[in-house]
Design a protein around this ligand. Sequence first.
Ligand code: CP
Ligand code: NVA
Length: 307
Amino acid sequence: MRHLITWSDYQVADIRRILDVAADLKKLCLQGIRPPVLERRVIGLLFEKPSLRTRVSFESLAYQTGGASLFLGDDVGWGSREPARDFFPILTSYIDCLVIRAKRHQDVVNASHLSRCPVINGLTDLAHPCQALADLMTIEEIAGTLENVKIAYFGDANNVAFSLAQLACKLGVRFSIAAPRAYQFAAATCHQIRERSSQSDLFEQTEDPAVAADNANFLYTDVWTSMGQEVERERRMKDLAAYQVNERLFAFANDNARFLHCLPARRGEEVAQSVIDGERSATLQQAENRLHAQKGLVVWMLTELER
Ligand code: CP
Ligand code: NVA
């Protein structure tokens, strides 16, 4: 049984297989063919924070593949009604896969230790691995390859940045992040990303947006204030103002560079409206790919791996 908590312990061959299953199922889905590959499987969703893409894509992929989903609200009493050591073994004995969106990363790690079925991280303060999977799927669709591709990321080194950096560098994609010192990855995180990269020079961290954007194929950003950080919003707006993805930044990038954002976005803050609503934006394709990428992931986890 495998969980997906972060991409750290995943082998390239497994990720490659997930992406290939996802691409095959997407092709079929777009032709109106939805093989019942998860027939009678049940995916549970335990969310502590709001969600559009993650929740609906998982729920929908369950139905599309002949399974079912259960969105678990407050009344199940996670963290309030009984201890985790009772809650998780019982919950996971009813279902085949559990997606958790949690405030604290450690809560998902603990849940995975107590779980009887695969646990998927649906976003924590540390990581957002499902987003990164859809991002790499989108990049491969647009670029036609993952070779000689550079992603430039601007702004807070947050959960989205962390998973994207991990997965990109593992798959041989260059990842350059530009952020002010206080918003950069810690040295230990940089070390961890570099250690698991397919080549040593794929990861770069800088304060200069022009350095990150230089010759990049994809310019990526996320909100400056993540869920749960609302009290810091004013300070973050000031500190990160120079890292907005706009026309000026695109001038440093590759001529055919595209824009990516995990969404939801704040137009006029981390990204100029002309960029996110313009021709270079691939954000809708990226959001749609949450469905296909996660379908590949769950099918791989539940049908190709030994339980
Ligand atoms: N990008 C993403 O995870 O969106 P949601 O918060 O809507 O799930
Ligand atoms: N960094 C954002 C991502 C939302 C999908 C957050 O954690 O709120």
